[in-house]
Design a binder for this molecule. Structure first.
Ligand SMILES: *Cc1c(COP(=O)(O)O)cnc(C)c1O
Length: 429
């Protein structure tokens, strides 16, 4: 076995992260405000300010601050499920026995909330144009499962899905859309902010997102009634009564005024973070010229993308033979070729963090028995990726086999990024 010559590149003293929180100091003012006024719980000026600022920025009438993006997705899914199917008799399981079309190549937080409500996720394949749900596969999925009434669609790595087509197909079938804009806060599609397209939409303030509250999320809607319902569910569903009165199931999902203070301090920096992430994306793109790789798609003609994570995908013919089990990857190093495992090893060696792109949900042990639909209508679900034969079972599997997320931290310097580009280049020596 030989090692490609990247040893001359000195590892970074301070780790370069995929994407880490970037504080600016303004956060302290609002957090201190909350502490000084004793409004540290789930009511207060920061929550009110953040809800109205984010809703008006995105172009939805109401925002509800919640403890996480996942909590927001859960309540979004329950809200849509109750509109479609009514209130469940047991108070729980609003999607009992119902199938829901979900993005396949995504973080599992997009999909799990469907199961919290006893629904059954079915996965239309991904498209190479945007790395998001393929409208053609969605159309096919409706042919196979015509009764489905709910779609949960994510915008991966900040790049919007073809949400206009997804909306058109949804409308043809009387289906509702939960839009998972957790990764795409600040990205636009045809001039409109992501998060404005869903019947109910969700963003996240998790620590690694484009701006953060340390944690937190928000649900967005145009309906005051829905916003009030979600606010009530998120605070244990207390009815208006002198005692704790409960008519329906509740949760402890409300955002705290401290977390909202951090978000409030971060909001003015959203534009700056996006500009930094875009510069990182462009520098990689320029730096990889001449290598057998491409960057993740950004659909420049219709979108302005926040470039939350920069990713690359290795040309098929430049992939060295790789085998992946459920928890390990093995590869044969070859001159002129590389693979995600080799690049990630080399990045780790210089103290930089990369990771494979999201492993598609239909390949995950938890969801492998669920429906999966490619645009041709077949759904050959495989759990393990393969020895390179050039025949991936689906677009999502193919992107997973060849793609990686690159260090995209907005505090990375151009010199550090150049070293990363150099190391990746040498993987193809
Ligand atoms: C981060 C993320 C979520 C979940 O948000 P949390 O705030 O971490 O709960 C949901 N969907 C996608 C696509 C995400 O990247």
């Amino acid at each position: 076995m030989f090692i490609k010559d990247s040893n001359s590149i000195t590892p970074f003293e301070k780790k370069i992260w995929l994407s880490s929180p970037t504080m600016h100091g303004d956060e302290k003012k609002w957090v201190n405000d909350a502490i000084d006024t004793n409004w540290v719980s789930t009511v207060g000026a920061n929550i009110n300010a953040v809800e109205s600022e984010v809703a008006s920025f995105i172009g939805k009438k109401y925002g509800v601050g919640l403890s996480s993006g996942t909590a927001a997705l859960h309540l979004a899914v329950r809200l849509c499920a109750e509109k479609l199917y009514g209130k469940p008799k047991t108070g729980h399981g609003a999607l009992e026995g119902k199938k829901v079309f979900c993005s396949d190549m995504t973080f599992d937080a997009t999909v799990n909330p469907v199961v919290y409500e006893n629904g059954e996720p079915v996965f239309p394949d991904t498209e190479s144009d945007t790395w998001n749900m393929d409208p053609e596969a969605l159309r096919k999925a409706f042919e196979l499962y015509p009764d489905v009434k709910l779609i949960v669609a994510a915008h991966l790595y900040g790049t919007p899905a073809k949400i206009d087509e997804i909306r058109r197909i949804a409308d043809e079938h009387g289906a509702l859309i939960v839009e998972d804009a957790a990764e795409s806060f600040g990205s636009t599609f045809d001039g409109r902010q992501t998060g404005s397209f869903g019947d109910v939409s969700v963003i996240s303030f998790n620590g690694n997102k484009i701006i953060t509250g340390s944690t937190g999320g928000m649900l967005l809607t145009d309906s005051k009634e829905d916003a009030d319902t979600v606010r009530k569910w998120s605070t244990q569903s207390r009815e208006d009564a002198p005692w704790y009165q409960h008519e329906e199931l509740g949760y402890n999902y409300r955002m705290s005024n401290i977390v909202a203070g951090v978000v409030r301090g971060q909001l003015p920096y959203l534009r700056e973070h996006i500009a930094q992430k875009k510069a990182i994306y462009e520098r990689y793109k320029e730096g990889f010229k001449g290598l057998p790789v491409s960057m993740n798609p950004v659909n420049e003609t219709r979108c302005d993308v926040n470039c939350w994570l920069s990713c690359l995908i290795i040309d098929r013919q430049a992939m060295c033979p790789t085998v992946r089990s459920e928890n390990k990857a093995l590869y044969n190093p070859e001159h002129g070729k590389s693979c995600p495992a080799e690049i990630l090893e080399q990045l780790a060696r210089i103290n930089a963090e990369g990771r494979p792109v999201w492993k598609p949900m239909h390949m995950q042990p938890i969801y492998r028995l669920h429906g999966f639909v490619t645009k041709n209508g077949d759904g050959r679900a495989r759990t393990n990726a393969y020895i390179d034969t050039g025949d991936a079972g689906s677009i999502g599997e193919d992107i997973f086999e060849r793609g990686i997320c690159l260090p995209s931290d907005n505090k990375m310097t151009p010199a550090e990024q150049d070293a990363i580009i150099e190391v990746i280049g040498r993987c193809f020596d």
